[in-house]
Design a protein around this ligand. Structure first.
Ligand code: HEM
Length: 237
């Protein structure tokens, strides 16, 4: 008698659990116990980054159409995703360096730098910024005017702060990832691409929307000069 497979439930059909759960190595193929965790965390990260791209493309469209409230809502979602991406790295803190070394043996020359999702997250800010700049021009305001009087331009201020969040949370991800790298392979070990992990620290300093940071410097310099003690000491003096 042939064994009939049970029909898939609607949940399984919609979520496509069969295909999804076939994307990880089966237990007998794992090179060590921790490989399933390693593969799962990376696969989940790719899914979150795919969703990030989807949302960020919609942010660019919303800004082009002048729909600030929608852009703000989508940017809030993106910030949540960036948080999840960072939080889930802590799972890999539970992996011993020895286990990573075993996994490295089957990684080939693979590196997170080749992540398609992360590459898009690095590119997308340059696709969003022109839409935001064009919107500011259409409304006849500058970053200075927005930051000088945030309540007078609340919509645009909220969009600008959503973009600052993107920058801040990507930096936070990079810093968190760096801590994981130090913990697993040390601070000086050459990566699979032949660079010391310390070089990642350089990337962690990168900001995607420089004008949004410069306007803070600019305004604080002025406000500090105008402050009764500003001329003597500088803001932190
Ligand atoms: C055991 C855990 C991990 C170790 C030891 C590790 C190690 C490294 C190293 C050494 C680099 C430098 C580039 C290179 O490979 O040459 C790197 C880059 C990268 N890794 Fe990881 N990684 C780990 C987990 C993860 C996870 C879970 C993700 C999730 C997406 C990830 C994503 C990335 C990305 C996107 C880069 C490029 C970073 C940048 O340009 O700032 N890594 N990783």
């Amino acid at each position: 008698m042939t064994h009939q497979p049970r029909p898939l439930t609607d949940y399984e059909k919609y979520i496509r659990t069969e295909e999804l759960l076939a994307l990880q190595k089966p237990p007998e193929a794992l090179v060590c116990h921790d490989e399933l965790q390693f593969q799962t965390v990376h696969q989940v990260a790719e899914l979150w980054m795919k969703l990030c791209e989807h949302e960020l493309l919609a942010v660019a469209v919303a800004l082009r159409d002048g729909e600030c409230a929608r852009a703000v809502r989508l940017l809030a979602r993106v910030r949540q995703i960036e948080g999840l991406l960072g939080d889930q790295l802590s799972l890999l803190d539970t992996m011993a360096p020895r286990d990573y070394m075993i996994i490295r043996g089957v990684l080939g020359r693979g590196s997170g730098q080749e992540s398609p999702g992360f590459k898009r997250m690095l590119q997308l800010p340059s696709e969003i910024w022109p839409s935001f700049e064009a919107l500011l021009a259409r409304r006849g305001v500058t970053l200075r005017t927005i930051y000088e009087a945030p309540d007078a331009q609340a919509e645009l201020f909220n969009v600008a702060e959503g973009l600052v969040d993107y920058d801040q949370w990507l930096q936070a991800w990079r810093a968190r990832h760096l801590l994981l790298v130090y913990r697993i392979i040390g601070t000086g070990t050459p990566s699979l691409k032949g660079k010391p992990s310390d070089l990642l620290a350089e990337g962690a300093k990168h900001r995607f929307f420089p004008p949004l940071w410069e306007v803070r410097d600019e305004l604080f310099a002025e406000w500090t000069r105008a402050h009764p003690h500003g001329a003597d000491h500088g803001y932190h003096g």
